[in-house]
Write a protein of this length. Sequence first.
Length: 367
Amino acid sequence: MTIGFCAPCLFGLEGPLGNELRHMGFSDVRGENGRVLFRGREEDIAAANIRSRFAERILLEVGRFRADTFDGLFEGVRALEWERFIPKNGAFPVKGWSLESGLHSVPDCQAVIKKAVSVRLGEKYGLAWLPEDGPLYQIRFSLMNDEAALYLDTSGVGLHKRGYRPAQVQAPLRETLAAALVDMAGYRGRGDFADPFCGSGTVAIEAALAAKGRAPGLGRSFAAEAWPNFSVPWEEARRQARAREFDRPYSILACDIDPKAVEIARQNAKRAGVEKLLRFEVCDAGKFRRRTEGGVIVTNPPYGERLLDLREARRIVGEFGRAMRDLPGWQVNIISSDQELERVYGRRARKVRKLYNGMIRCGYFMF
């Protein structure tokens, strides 16, 4: 028997995430704004969490229904079989959001949902008071166009937190976004890869993880591992994930003009277990040179919003663009919030994809 899941993602990553989930063997995969819905089995919770590069979380769908009044929301939540998932001592805080729905007050919706689940579990377990001193079952809800969807968060800490980046420079890319940039650039571990503005090394590290086939969640734990009433083979899923890894010669370069950033990138790569797959250099992107005739660049230069003023950021990108004119065989992919990026870089992109880096709307310029 299959069950429904929801994988939230950054806006613009619905396509890569959907393709990833299909490749992993899930069914009924369909993307929506900021999330991908799919179906799988209970035991698939482990593989989805451990292997997904682009999802922010893996949510188990408990139910969905129409709710345009608080009474309707209460009764709809109360009718769901929460006792299938949450034991009598389970802790079940509530988080969520509402968009284009009559029930627009999120705190009021949280309170109604909490009360409805409490009533349901109290009735099923014969308890007037629920201790909530056991494992965490984070309830998440969405209300969109008056349709309520209720989920349990199987991930806990967001999946973008791989565990390798406690140290970072300012304005880092989220790991899931970096992984998607590498994927959309078409890098699959063959040929040269470089990030001339490596910062904390996230793009190059995600390129190395993908090239090696290493599951991004191998080095961390997940909320559902503590759920005693779930039959999920976590260690078997980890074993299978490790069996998918492979080795070949790699040429992945991470460089930055800031020596401190390069050292942070090196330490992050070491924690990720891919330090030996990368090369690190202190270099000026405006003087970027390679001996090979071609390769792939994925990079995140300063935007002029959080690090430098716009004029300085554009000067740096312009110098990088001039340097790349001497390397015509290289495919360059730049994420930037500067809508004048093509003019500043000195070329028109063959494709521009709309993405978000946190709350910053960006273009992914593919030259």
